[in-house]
Design a protein around this ligand. Structure first.
Ligand code: GLY
Ligand code: MN
Ligand code: MN
Length: 428
């Protein structure tokens, strides 16, 4: 792993909190992700399974965690199964975790080789009544390929058809949406690396340069700080800034363009999610600044509105009402557009057509039950935007915040966002 070691207390406490939510005589099984296959014999880098990481800190492929808090044999109440590195594997891929290493990372005392799994599984299944298995239940996930979780679920249900099988996902979502102080520290680290990269990039943006050159500057700063891209970056100059998921990053930046940068670092699997919109020549035009300041006012108001007890849906609606007023001020909407608007499709959606923000953590669009109100420890993005194809540019700004008992904490408060501040830095 590239990041500095994380004290296992985080994972030990996460397991404790999960086990407190289980029915008596339960068994939980959590798998590593598959290594994604590519063309020919190629593979993509594996992304750590967020739930496995949350519960164990282990990022190695072919790992399985079993939790059986009521197991008769105390040693089997927490068991980690890891892959044994044969001499052949060591030649090609190098060392894999030893049992001691896996135990040190996770705080799990019983670590076994995968070959021992059938015996332990049979014993734990014979004791368990309820079996909690994982599945991807993100509301926006559209997944056609069968995951390791799904394959294992089918395999297990064929062999033990009479157990009570339960969904682990809702429990994990409820736990993971509330971040502990140790997790917030890791998110701060990801935001700090993102800040460094943004400051570096401000010195490189100039007419004539290319979007992919800017992507390379982010990569440089992320990788040397033991991080990686949290998601495919959006480096969008001029009209590209109106394309919400623009990722081609292959165009030249021109004098008079804005450059929309939606980029975040991932450190120790914890993600930052930043958006800034900057002027390519170092000075916003009058119109660009008007739109910019409208978006910034909505960011500020909606950060402040993210309080415990507020529902995501109401927070979003509040931002749409504010945005209607801003668009009126910019001459993009008329009062009559707002008067006759469909409440389910408010007038602002013509220019602000995406959500205001989402939970953030081990996943960029993190898990969390949005039908529950915000609570202290939730981490959210706040990311309004105004996109005006007829004027050839769009502006989005995005900060990451923590909901607290009082005013939210802005994890990106130190990343320049005022138009004047950006222009000053670019003039240097
Ligand atoms: N970068 C993805 C998002 O802002 O949601
Ligand atoms: Mn983003
Ligand atoms: Mn976002």
């Amino acid at each position: 792993m590239r990041h500095a070691p994380i004290p296992p207390k985080l994972f030990i406490e996460n397991r404790k909190r999960l086990c407190a939510r289980l029915a008596p005589n339960s068994l939980v099984i959590v798998h590593a992700n598959d290594i994604p296959p590519m063309n020919s014999d190629g593979t993509l880098p594996m992304v750590a399974n967020s739930d496995l990481f949350y519960l164990s800190g282990i990022e190695q492929e072919e790992t399985i965690l079993m939790l059986a808090p009521d197991a008769f044999d105390e040693k089997l109440r927490e068991v980690l199964f890891i892959r044994y590195a044969s001499d052949h594997l060591k030649v090609w891929e190098g060392a894999k975790h030893s049992k001691q290493e896996a135990s040190k990372i996770s705080g799990v005392k019983t670590v076994k080789w995968m070959s021992e799994l059938p015996t332990v599984l049979r014993q734990l299944m014979c004791e368990a009544e309820h079996v909690y298995l994982n599945s991807n239940e993100h509301t926006r996930a559209v997944v056609d390929v069968e995951s390791r979780d799904m394959r294992s679920t089918r395999w297990l249900m064929r062999r033990f058809p009479l157990h009570d099988y339960c969904r682990l996902a809702p429990l994990m979502h409820e736990l993971r949406v509330v971040k502990s102080p140790a997790e917030i520290d890791l998110l701060k680290k990801a935001c700090g690396i993102t800040r460094k990269a943004f400051l570096r990039v401000l010195k490189k943006v100039k007419p004539g340069r290319w979007e992919h050159e800017i992507e390379a500057e982010f990569a440089h700063e992320f990788i040397r700080n033991r991080a990686r891209f949290a998601y495919t970056p959006i480096i969008a100059a001029g009209a590209n800034s109106n394309v919400l998921h623009y990722i081609a990053n292959d165009q030249q930046m021109k004098n008079g363009n804005v450059l929309l940068l939606d980029v975040g670092a991932s450190y120790a699997n914890y993600n930052a999610d930043l958006t800034r919109t900057v002027p390519v020549n170092g000075r916003f035009s009058r119109r660009q600044k008007q739109v910019y300041n409208a978006v910034l006012r909505v960011v500020r108001a909606m950060i402040d509105a993210a309080r415990p007890g507020v529902f995501h849906r109401d927070w979003q609606q509040q931002s749409q009402a504010l945005m209607n007023e801003e668009l009126l001020g910019l001459g993009l909407l008329k009062r009559s557009d707002i008067k006759k608007q469909d409440p389910d499709n408010p007038a602002c959606r013509k220019y602000f057509m995406h959500g205001l923000g989402h939970p953030l953590g081990l996943d960029v669009h993190d898990v969390g039950l949005l039908r529950k109100p915000f609570a202290p420890g939730w981490v959210l993005t706040v990311e309004p935007g105004i996109y005006i194809p007829e004027e050839g540019f769009g502006v989005r700004l995005e900060n990451d915040i923590v909901v607290t008992d009082g005013a939210p904490i802005d994890l990106m408060a130190d990343i320049p966002i005022e138009a004047a501040e950006i222009e000053e830095l670019m003039a240097k």
